[in-house]
Design a protein around this ligand. Structure first.
Ligand SMILES: *Cc1c(COP(=O)(O)O)cnc(C)c1O
Length: 399
């Protein structure tokens, strides 16, 4: 494995077996009400599509979710038989790749259906051979058709059209919030949308709803109940939980934590570790200033370790002087500003630190662990952004 570590020592290790275990655990939570679509968009949340898409398939995933047609084409090259859902839809000019690579796109605008139809006809596709998931906006106001605008879209799936309505999709935008009232309202709107689909004489096989928070807060049964009324099967779309993080819910959300969530805390395994090495160690006298603009001043004679990681690798600048990384199994504070390609740790209290020592930026070393939630809290963001900002120059290595 060491041979794969780039000569500049800043890399990410991906434990694909943990990703597979997480998929299997989450599938058991969804069953028997729902199946899973593994969200591998944005380079698998920065964990590498190349490593994670095949791992999802090995664990039993039949569906993968990507952002764009470009990612869909990349996923198809890795997973010949998976169903691949392009969740942000196809753009003008992308229909040909959708048809050629047998992608399923989410659609909610007439022009998106035009794009697919034209490409299908150009390639001589048979009637009903191009699968579409029609998104209904049930309250997020992001993407999706309005409930009162479904009819003209539904007429596009008639006999003779190359398009097939394979699924109806919506996104639950507050499954981690309040008392579940918003989600309840969204599901009510969804059911009324499905009535319209049925009334138009169209049948979709899949009802495609919800993220990690929806799954772990126990929504699968409610969604399954709606799907059963319409003879549909449910797909739930976890992302974050597949990568080993349990979503955090509003405090006071639960009278008592549901069993699935308590088990998720025990069973989900982090997939990614981000590491670097000590480049060198120097001793400085009291009064020495560290880094750009001297925002840190040594309060005593100190030992400082230089690291090969900076904000161009995705280490948030807001962590400077406010966060610790792991070396020799202990937490060492980041001192001074984080530079583009480097950062400095105070290792005064940690004996023996020397050039070449492995430093954990995110992950576990000895008894200590740093999570993406820890980074996010100090950087003022969310774990999704921490993961997806790990830069492309940081090698992803399967372990
Ligand atoms: C990203 C995304 C998900 C996954 O969300 P998590 O909170 O990471 O589980 C599910 N559905 C859609 C439409 C998404 O864009």
């Amino acid at each position: 494995m060491d041979s794969q570590i780039p000569s500049r020592p800043c890399w990410v290790e991906i434990r694909t077996r943990s990703f597979e275990n997480n998929f299997r655990f989450l599938a058991s939570v969804a069953a028997p009400h729902a199946e899973l679509l593994a969200i591998v968009k944005a380079n698998a949340y920065g964990h590498s599509l190349e490593l994670c898409a095949p791992a999802a398939v090995r664990a039993g995933a039949q569906w993968l979710g990507v952002t764009s047609v470009e990612e869909g084409v990349a996923a198809r090259a890795l997973c010949a038989d998976a169903q691949i859902l392009v969740i942000s839809g196809a753009f003008a000019g992308e229909g040909a790749d959708v048809v050629r690579h047998k992608l399923t796109t989410v659609a909610w605008e007439p022009w998106q259906l035009d794009e697919l139809e034209n490409a299908a006809r150009a390639q001589g596709a048979e009637a009903g051979s191009i699968s579409v998931h029609l998104e209904i906006d049930t309250g997020m106001s992001r993407q999706g058709a309005d409930l009162d605008g479904l009819t003209p879209l539904l007429t596009r799936f008639g006999a003779g059209s190359p398009l097939k309505l394979d699924g109806v999709m919506t996104h639950l935008f507050a499954a981690d919030e309040a008392d579940g009232a918003i989600t309840q309202e969204q599901l009510t709107r969804l059911a009324s949308g499905l009535e319209q689909v049925g009334a138009a004489g169209v049948h979709a096989e899949w009802l495609d709803v919800g993220n990690s928070a929806a799954l772990l807060s126990g929504q699968a049964a409610a969604i399954g109940g709606i799907a059963a009324q319409f003879g549909m099967r449910v797909l739930i779309r976890p992302g974050l939980a597949l990568y080993g993080l349990t979503p955090q819910f509003d405090p006071g959300f639960w009278a008592s934590e549901p069993a699935a969530l308590a088990e998720a805390h025990r069973r989900l395994e982090p997939v990614l570790s981000w590491k670097t090495r000590v480049v060198g160690v120097r001793s400085v006298p009291a009064g020495a200033v560290v880094g750009y603009n001297g925002t840190f001043v040594a309060t005593e004679p100190m030992r400082l370790a230089l690291l090969a990681v900076g904000y161009a690798d995705g280490l948030d600048r807001r962590l400077g002087n406010r966060f610790s990384l792991l070396v020799r199994g202990q937490r060492a504070p980041l001192v001074g500003r984080i530079s583009m390609d480097q950062a400095v740790l105070d290792v005064t209290e940690i004996p023996g630190v020397e050039a070449g020592d492995e430093v954990v930026v995110l992950g576990t070393q000895g008894d200590e662990t740093i999570t993406a939630f820890d980074h996010a809290e100090v950087a003022g963001t969310i774990p999704w952004e921490v993961f997806t900002r790990i830069g492309p120059r940081v090698a992803r290595i399967a372990i």
